[in-house]
Design a protein around this ligand. Structure first.
Ligand SMILES: Cc1cc2nc3c(=O)[nH]c(=O)nc-3n(C[C@H](O)[C@H](O)[C@H](O)COP(=O)(O)OP(=O)(O)OC[C@H]3O[C@@H](n4cnc5c(N)ncnc54)[C@H](O)[C@@H]3O)c2cc1C
Length: 404
């Protein structure tokens, strides 16, 4: 593999990094103290600057106003933007819109693209993805209660979903619902576009997560769909293709998440090293950096970040060259491995900061709370570990240990 980063990408990533440090990191104290909605005017100002620099929507198609970077290129971008919680949002490549844009681009009809995809890429509207249900295991989504019944020229959607991230203020939801209960399990559900102003779309609440209810883009909603009637033309992709499309949405999405998590790792790693180097621990001037245990944390973090980064770039390369299906194993490996590295590195950085680490005077405690979810969404650790192990063990079935 060639690890050279092209001149073009070095320039792009360099500009983004400078913007993150100069324009976005200074907004973090307000971000931590205020309601996100009240930050929108200043966020829009920064977005306008990003558009002017022609760095808007790096991973989205050129024909819709994005930069059209490929997955490997966007992985590098995602890492640098991940250094701050608002990076991806300000540059127009945030989840869940990013995944919705991908599937609308691939499966949307010309009308759906005109009405939903164009303004979504432009950052004029937002969307959410509504699959997980309150009463059923998200880890096994074939167990799904939500239904979309065909009635005349429309679908009538009913169901109780939660963790629909960023539903507050979204213009539409892409909803997974059962359209054909008699079909084989993986062909039962479809994706339907439900505008949030449809009668029967009830955002019950923004869920309090780790003590924060959040607002607007930074929130997770519970939604009750009560006889929500939408035109049949709102079906996204063929009927029954819901799970197949969801799988496709998740492949590149996991690369984006993992590289974003590595951006977080590199940010808190910098903070950890800086704190260790400056915190004087005894009257003779010795700092935390002189303590072996802290040195071990720093060395282990450096190694884990580097390993996670190479694994993620390799998975991105495999998706690009062979497709999502062929890269399934690598995608599962990075999903749990990088989430674990993230958790360990953030925890060490917090520990090195002592009481300061627990405060909101640094960004570390936000990452500690918020990113615990990395081990749960997009497939919990255990689901990915079991999937990988099963595939590995298949190759050993029937082989005698003695003859190897
Ligand atoms: C911050 C956040 C954002 C999210 N955003 C969205 C969103 O935008 N849209 C959306 O639809 N959903 C979203 N989700 C929901 C997420 O996809 C689900 O939480 C996830 O799929 C797990 O489902 P569950 O919560 O029902 O847990 P369950 O399926 O009940 O699993 C609980 C636990 O059981 C264990 N487990 C599960 N399966 C196995 C197994 N086979 N073997 C051993 N152990 C197992 C795991 O430890 C798992 O954490 C979000 C969740 C979070 C936390």
């Amino acid at each position: 593999m060639d690890f050279t980063v092209s001149d073009k990408m070095q320039a792009i990533v360099g500009m983004m990094r400078e913007f993150v440090e100069k324009e976005l990191v200074p907004l973090e104290p307000d971000f931590l103290a205020k309601d996100f909605r009240s930050m929108l005017p200043v966020i829009e100002e920064k977005r306008a600057m990003v558009r002017q620099m022609e760095l808007w929507a790096p991973n989205h198609p050129r024909e819709y106003g994005g930069m059209g970077l490929d997955l490997m290129e966007h992985a590098l971008v995602s890492e640098v933007l991940g250094r701050t919680p608002i990076g991806h949002f300000v540059f127009g490549c945030h989840a869940p819109d990013a995944g919705n844009i991908e599937i609308l681009h691939k499966y949307g009809t010309p009308e759906q693209k005109e009405r939903w995809l164009k303004p979504l890429v432009a950052g004029k509207i937002r969307s959410c993805f509504s699959m997980t249900e309150v009463e059923l295991p998200g880890s096994n989504p074939v167990m799904m209660d939500a239904t979309a019944d065909r009635e005349g020229d429309g679908y009538v959607v009913n169901g109780q979903k939660w963790y629909s991230t960023a539903a507050d203020g979204a213009a539409f939801a892409i909803v997974m619902a059962v359209t054909n209960p008699e079909a084989p399990p993986y062909l039962r559900a479809s994706m339907i576009i439900v505008p949030t102003d449809t009668p029967g779309f009830n955002r019950v609440r923004n869920i309090s997560v780790m003590g924060h209810t959040g607002s607007d883009f930074f929130s997770h909603a519970e939604i009750l769909y009560q006889s929500c009637r939408v035109p049949a033309a709102n079906l996204l992709g063929p009927e029954g293709w819901g799970f197949a499309i969801a799988q496709e949405r998740l492949g590149p999405g996991r690369i984006h998440h993992c590289m974003r998590w590595l951006g977080i790792c590199s940010r808190v790693y910098d903070l950890m090293c800086r704190r260790a180097a400056e915190r004087v621990m005894s009257p003779d001037g010795r700092t935390l950096a002189t303590k072996q245990i802290v040195q071990v944390w720093i060395a282990e973090s450096a190694a884990e970040i580097q390993a996670a980064r190479l694994m993620t770039l390799h998975a991105a390369w495999k998706i690009e060259t062979l497709g999502v299906k062929e890269a399934r194993e690598e995608i599962s490996l990075i999903k749990f491995y990088v989430a674990g590295v993230l958790q360990r590195v953030v925890d060490r950085a917090l520990q090195v900061h002592g009481g300061l680490g627990m405060t909101d005077d640094t960004i570390i405690s936000f990452f500690y709370r918020h990113e615990r979810a990395a081990r749960i969404y997009d497939g919990a650790d255990e689901v990915h570990k079991m999937a990988v192990a099963k595939r590995i063990l298949k190759g050993y079935a029937g082989r005698s240990a003695r003859r190897v």
